[in-house]
Design a binder for this molecule. Structure first.
Ligand code: HEM
Length: 540
């Protein structure tokens, strides 16, 4: 081909290509417009909360209205079960009174459903209703972090921690005492303490005693990782959420916040590596006594060939457990301290409860003595009810469509939640729900059943312990994926509060009346981390 011919062919070839690209784009655009604007609204028969279309409602949710939207929606939802005949005839079911839809920051809309359906929902397998997908997608970080936050390993090892709670109580109680001594003022003078900051460290050390063992639980590198991995991961998730979904796999790895998360994993593997090596070395000694903690269980599994393969995987596993454990436990305990400081009149009664329980076990934190702290248990349970960490619980994604027992079709691709905060303040469920009654659950436990307790719902009596989960008690979730670490968390929180009651005085700073208000971030309600309360050591 000569030069002139080439010159003539090129433009027409290009214009052909451009025509092709333009028609492809046109088709793509029309399909997209048809999908977005013309496809039927699959949630049309679910009443919505908020005003306008999905993005307008999402904006309202993200700009501080989330809790009021959930509570507004709860007005539409009835908690009480309808009889089988009513379900069959369908006459009594007004459309919408069992669910509402809300646009959260998750990529698809969420159906908030009455907790009366929890019984049937919990039976659905994960490939229909998925908890992992809901968390990964709602946090916008699916492609990057799924393996680092929630995986079967994290759950299995959290369950092992829970199973080992009883035998580990003595070591946990030593770590509680010592870490509180390290972090809280040791003088008889009143001192101002940012208890949230202190609890992050105390909880990291106490949990670390069980997760990574005595060599590392007070190591500053470990404490920093245990506390800040969660912050880094959440920040990275928020940043990734701003990138269009299809660009995330390509762009996200180059974002500094995302790189920081991967750096955290590497750092954790650096400080875990030598400890693992030392333990393997000392295991060669005949009759060597092995430490009893999660790190050792992981090493033992690795040796059997069915466990974690390398230091990086081990680090991810440890950070995953810290992610699930440290901030949640700290937030619940901070809520309890803020309530205690605002209601110092409760202190003598709770202190006596702890004293009596410990007296029966020679001052040891045994499983029995922990169970016998029934008034403390009730106070903590009331803190959970009065300050739910989230307006919603039982976050799931519908992977495959299904039909509820009332005949309602639940489409795939959307999220599902239960209105935890609405339930916590429903006067049909809890008597005088807007009053903080420290002994509410103690009184329920003292009575044997619904009739003698005067409770309005039998289920409230059944789940009246701090650790209990149920349709009226949703802070630890519900069903197959309910928090496996709650037995450990509850023991840890009880021990921290018991030691605080026995060894310290706590009050609000002068001039502060009432309890510090919580802060709302989307569906979450968290104690204000900037506040301080007063502590002084009781002379022993
Ligand atoms: C007061 C502290 C805690 C609170 C409020 C809390 C709350 C929760 C909630 C709401 C869920 C989701 C449950 C559901 O969707 O049904 C969950 C899951 C989980 N939690 Fe906790 N948690 C706490 C402490 C812990 C601790 C200490 C550990 C580890 C030792 C832990 C490990 C886990 C794991 C592994 C899951 C995922 C379970 C699964 O998907 O099957 N949590 N937690």
């Amino acid at each position: 081909m000569n030069e002139t011919a080439a010159f003539n062919i090129l433009p027409s070839d290009l214009s052909l290509r451009w025509q092709l690209v333009a028609s492809c784009l046109g088709i793509f655009l029309s399909v997209w417009i048809a999908q977005v604007f013309l496809s039927p609204d699959i949630l049309a028969d679910f009443p919505k909360v908020g005003n306008g279309g999905v993005s307008a409602r999402r904006k309202q949710f993200a700009s501080g209205a989330a809790w009021s939207l959930y509570l507004e929606g709860y007005q539409l939802v009835s908690f009480f079960a309808i009889s089988a005949t009513q379900i069959l005839t369908g006459n009594q079911i007004k459309k919408g009174n069992d669910y509402f839809r809300i646009a959260t920051t998750a990529p698809a809309e969420t159906i908030v459903i009455s907790s009366k359906y929890l019984g049937e929902l919990k039976k659905l397998p994960d490939d229909i209703l998925s908890s992992t997908e809901a968390i990964a997608e709602a946090s916008s970080a699916k492609p990057l972090y799924q393996s680092q936050t929630r995986n079967s390993g994290t759950t299995t090892h959290s369950e092992s921690v829970a199973d080992s709670c009883i035998k580990l109580n003595p070591v946990i109680s030593i770590e509680v005492h010592e870490s509180m001594e390290l972090e809280l003022p040791q003088t008889g003078e009143w001192s101002s303490v940012n208890i949230y900051e202190k609890l992050l460290r105390i909880v990291a050390m106490v949990s670390g005693r069980v997760f990574v063992g005595p060599e590392l639980c007070r190591n500053e590198q470990y404490i920093d990782a245990a506390i800040n991995y969660t912050n880094d991961l959440m920040t990275a998730s928020h940043v990734v959420a701003m990138i269009p979904q299809w660009m995330r796999p390509v762009v996200a790895p180059f974002i500094p916040f995302v790189k920081r998360v991967h750096q955290r994993v590497r750092e954790a593997s650096y400080f875990l590596g030598p400890v693992v090596a030392a333990r393997l070395e000392s295991a060669k000694t005949i009759n060597a006594e092995k430490p009893d903690d999660m790190l050792q269980w992981l090493i033992d599994n690795q040796e059997k060939g069915d466990g974690i393969k390398d230091a990086e995987e081990l680090a991810k596993m440890q950070l995953g457990v810290s992610f699930a454990a440290i901030h949640t436990t700290t937030l619940v305990t901070t809520n309890a301290f803020y309530s205690l400081a605002a209601m110092p009149e409760l202190i003598p009664m709770l202190r006596e409860d702890v004293r009596q329980a410990l007296a029966a076990s020679d001052g040891e934190f045994t499983n029995l003595s922990m169970q016998n702290m029934k008034k403390l248990d009730s106070f903590l349970k009331e803190c959970l009810r009065f300050h739910p960490l989230s307006a919603a619980s039982f976050q799931r994604k519908i992977i495959k469509p299904f039909t509820l027992s009332n005949g309602h079709y639940m489409p795939s691709g959307v999220f599902l939640e239960v209105p935890a905060a609405g339930i916590a303040f429903d006067h049909e469920i809890f008597e005088d729900p807007h009053t903080f009654d420290a002994l509410r659950f103690y009184k329920l436990r003292q009575s044997k059943d619904k009739e003698s307790s005067g409770a309005k719902v039998a289920e409230v009596v059944a789940s009246s312990q701090f650790v209990g989960v149920g349709a009226t008690s949703l802070t630890f979730g519900y069903g197959r994926h309910a928090c496996p670490g709650r037995f450990f968390a509850v023991n840890e929180i009880k021990m921290i509060m018991a030691v605080a009651l026995l060894e310290y005085e706590v009050k609000n700073p002068d001039g502060i009346t009432g309890r510090y208000e919580n802060k709302w971030h989307g569906a979450l309600s968290v104690p204000d981390a900037s506040k301080t309360i007063m502590f002084r050591k009781i002379a022993s």
